[in-house]
Ligand binder design. Structure first.
Ligand code: G6P
Length: 611
């Protein structure tokens, strides 16, 4: 959601903040703003992209060694200059930026109005700014105490950076739900909603815990809780390179991330697959493996693309480990009074490790005493900290809002889990186990070969870039791939697309098929090959356009389909990792050709930290 960056030190804050906002723009991009504290507090804010803010700020006095910046993803109030952050309290004492939602903002607002406050914006954040000011002036307390008292009245989620005009050499940061990281420099501190704007300045960081309040001066950091208890402070070293968060010559992060997949998958299994391909070791699960092995049920939780990876996981775990699996959206699971047993294993999948609904589902599962595991990409994020054990995907930072390499890395981890459990439970033979490890080890090389076809995909994209609808069909492991293909297309190109299990087509979507409907069919050789061939014939009989993803050398589908995209042969369980690549690239090219902003699609956010 929104991106937050703050600075207090000896350097000029503006370049650090504006550069930080550019790095954070993938989190929210409907408006942006900066406050610089230099004797007085100057606020510059604009709807639109960070670049527009930069153009605007160029003409202004932008000095100051303390400041904060924000890039917004609107929750309360449309994206315009007034609703953009920072927000300043009515009498000008407090300036703040906020990520999250203040759920009881309307009650608080009513009370403040009855006490004479008026409001400029429609945001929940301005309510908080005025509440802090009201407590500060009425209670004659320190700014820090006013912040803590105000936050104790707030229901909801927040990541905040706050300044008070009476203490211009101090910033206050606070977190509940929405992540915040503090970077420690030399007589300087950085604050951000994730490490990307910090890494170029320092690698020493502190991740704030829920209900932490940090008081930052140039050479002093105090960490406490909202209840004024001292909070423990753990300094960690970032394992992140600046090159990893740059485009490195690619036009878009999404394209870079698609092309990174041979490496990101390799990095995900590197050190976990023995060099002689005889064994899988998942260090993060060693202590809980016995319990997982005995599980009567696994519940996988995720949102968006991570939920799709969970569906592939269901098929893998049921096939190889023979454990029943349910896959749930975090948002449904948390609110539908689900049955959760003490001997359940819950696996939460998340690229960012911060998705609010997934986090809430984890907490619910923990309350019911289930063992909760995480499969996450961002090291040190909330989900790995909240879960009992887990496996990092090691895909590297994913900046493009549409998830690509995180999906294939998540599936890689789920495959390793399924194979390892199968081996331990004896539901697969040693020979099968070694064959599957070898197959997984071969996947990065096979993806390299698929990526060589990029120009061919561009030509197909050109043909279908003006479609209004598209259908994606697959069976078995390829049903979640069909869902993921449809999601990629709709989120970045705004073409309406649906993913379906191919056989279900007859129960509805077939009515939509005509000569204008591109139908993407994943039809590689596996046990349902013949069935999918029939489905292709059904589409062709209704004049639909078939773009089929087939196994290299396929001759049967070539005769029926309008286009075939070949992928190397692979074990069915792992072929999802291959079939998704052409779909990612087709969506990418179609979106570029339609003039869409691929890395920052409208209305979407990379990390959804509100429910
Ligand atoms: C957002 C992103 C998606 C992502 C989903 C879940 O909707 O735009 O790309 O799949 O959140 O995010 P997570 O970080 O939990 O995987």
């Amino acid at each position: 959601m929104c991106g937050i960056v703050g600075y207090i030190g000896l350097k000029q804050a503006y370049p650090i903040l504006i550069n930080g906002l550019k790095r954070l723009e993938y989190r929210g991009y409907d408006s942006a703003g900066i406050a610089l504290i230099n004797g007085e507090t100057n606020v510059y804010k604009k709807s639109g992209k960070v670049q527009e803010l930069e153009e605007f700020a160029k003409k202004e006095n932008i000095g100051g060694t303390v400041g904060m910046g924000h890039t917004r993803w609107a929750t309360h109030g449309e994206p315009n200059d007034t609703n953009a952050h920072p927000h300043v309290s009515e009498k000008g004492y407090f300036t703040l930026i906020h990520n999250g939602i203040i759920e009881n903002y309307s009650q608080l607002k009513k009370k403040l109005i009855s006490r004479g406050y008026s409001f400029q914006s429609e945001t929940d954040t301005e309510v908080l700014a005025n509440l802090i000011e009201y407590i500060y002036l009425k209670g004659k307390v320190t700014p820090e105490m006013a912040v803590r008292l105000a936050l104790s009245k707030v229901v909801g989620a927040f990541g905040l950076v706050i300044s008070c005009k009476d203490t211009p050499d101090q910033l206050i940061a606070a977190r509940r739900g929405s992540p915040l990281v503090i970077g420690i420099g030399n007589e300087e501190y950085f604050i951000a909603s994730d490490a990307t704007p910090i890494v170029e300045h320092t690698k020493s960081v502190i991740y704030l815990n829920n209900d932490n309040v940090a008081i930052l001066k140039r050479n002093e950091l105090t960490l406490k809780t909202i209840d004024n208890e001292p909070a423990s402070l753990t300094i960690k070293q970032l394992d992140l390179d600046i090159g990893e968060i740059e485009k490195n010559g690619y036009d878009h992060f999404m394209l870079k991330e698609i092309f990174e997949q041979p490496k990101s998958i390799f990095d995900t299994f590197r050190g976990r697959i023995a060099a002689d391909l005889s064994e899988i070791t998942l260090g993060g699960l060693l202590d809980v493996m016995d319990k997982i092995e005995k599980a009567k049920r696994i519940v996988i939780i995720g949102c968006g693309t991570s939920w799709h990876a969970g569906l592939v996981g269901e098929y893998l775990l049921e096939e190889y480990a023979r454990i029943p699996v349910e896959v749930e959206y975090g948002s449904e699971f948390r609110y539908r009074n689900p049955l959760i047993y003490e001997d359940d294993i819950v696996i939460a999948i998340s690229q960012s490790g911060e998705t609010a609904d997934t986090l809430a589902a984890i907490n619910l599962a923990k309350e019911h005493k289930a063992l909760v595991l995480g499969i996450c990409n961002v090291v040190g994020s909330s989900i790995p900290r909240e879960t009992h054990a887990g496996v990092y995907t090691h895909a590297g930072p994913e900046i493009g809002v549409a998830s690509t390499k995180a999906f294939t890395a998540q599936v890689t981890v789920l495959a390793m889990m399924a194979f390892l459990l199968g081996k331990r439970k004896g539901t697969i033979t040693d020979e099968e186990y070694r064959k599957l490890i070898k197959e997984l080890n071969d996947i990065p090389g096979k993806i390299e070969k698929i990526l060589e076809h990029n120009e061919e995909y561009k030509k197909i994209a050109e043909l279908y870039k003006d479609a209004s609808n598209a259908l994606y069909l697959g069976r078995g492991y390829f049903f979640p791939v069909a869902l993921e293909g449809a999601l990629k297309l709709k989120e970045i190109s705004y073409i309406h697309a649906e993913g379906y299990p191919a056989a279900e087509m007859k129960h509805g979507p077939i009515a939509l098929i005509d000569e204008n409907m591109p139908v993407f069919v994943i039809a590689t050789k596996d046990r349902s090959y013949e069935k999918i061939v029939s489905n292709i014939q059904e589409v062709k009989a209704r004049n639909g356009i078939v773009i089929a993803i087939v196994t290299e050398g396929d001759t049967i589908i070539k005769k029926m389909a309008d286009h075939v995209l070949e992928v190397p042969q692979a074990e069915a369980a792992l072929a999802a990792l291959l079939a998704v690549i052409p779909l990612q690239l087709l969506s990418y090219h179609i979106a570029v050709m339609r003039g869409c902003n691929v890395d920052q699609p409208r209305n979407l956010a990379k990390s959804v930290t509100v429910e």
